[in-house]
Design a binder for this molecule. Sequence first.
Ligand code: TYM
Length: 332
Amino acid sequence: MTRIFSGVKPTGHLTLGNYLGAVRRWAEVDQHRGEALFSVVDLHALTVEHDPARVRRLSRQAATLLLASGLDPEVCTLFVQSHVDEHTRLSYLLECTATDGELRRMIQYKEKSVRARDAGQGVRLSLLTYPVLMAADILAYGADEVPVGEDQTQHVELTRDLAVRFNQRYGHTFTVPRATRPAVAARVMDLQDPGSKMGKSHENGAGIVYLLDDADTVRRKVMRAVTDSGREVVYDRDVKPGLANLLDLMAAATGGNPEELAGVYESYGALKKDTADAVVELLRPVRERHAELAADPGYVDRVLRDGAERARGMARPLVDRAYRAIGLLPAV
Ligand code: TYM
């Protein structure tokens, strides 16, 4: 059976980008296609300046939102990364497989290390080794597929390289995984700055739709989206990135095709209004279900406890095998 693994890190409130690029597909398709594991990857939230209480709060909120989005604990395994030691155990072996050069080449490391330096903060060593921990997340479960948004492509490529290298050196141990991406909205852009990704840790919330924004806020953010000069509605990501982003959102929310939708609209205003309505309707059930689930934290705790236990059971034999393969003396 196909093994599927993916995760979301609790560095901020989940966004429409997370939902359309990853989470919605996990719920609608991936969890039903194979043996699927989804994780709130909290260790990854410690790679940049963080507030402990906030990370804890966001971890619970992310898990609740994943359930609210339709992940079914009877069908898939949902857990918090730090509850399963195998991730960090394996990460060290993969640090002994990766080189510093290949980690320094990672785009997200370059961007985030510059941001940390500009803010007068030190660059945590874990920011550099982050993709190795991500590789461990995936390889510990023998995942075949990793459903992610476009921004994670490079990290999944590194994961593949590390798996192949480890297997060549120490004997076949890991499945070599592949990234899968949604057909539309694999890269949702910031509504105020269509040149950059809609990201949960960005400063300016005006261009970011959060899953827990109320209907009025969502509508206002979409209606105020930056659009491009000219009046003609065409789908062109290079020339009209703001418009293309709206068409992508509209297509993703309604199951349409962005190029075809461009032909339907005669004005930016009409497109914005319909997109705002479509996004509000898309998120409404998630927000409602989140409110119900948040009222029952005991349920979420139970799901996470059972999920961690299942995840441990799957990861441990594989990670133990990797320990033996790399030359470590088994404990007796
Ligand atoms: P994270 O937490 O930044 O994002 C979670 C998922 O949402 C996708 N995504 C987007 N998709 C489309 N448009 C956007 N604007 C957008 N923003 C985010 C991401 O591609 C991702 O799929 N490193 C990962 C977390 C991680 C992980 C893993 C993922 C850790 N270990 C193992 C898969 C497998 C991250 O930072 O995702």
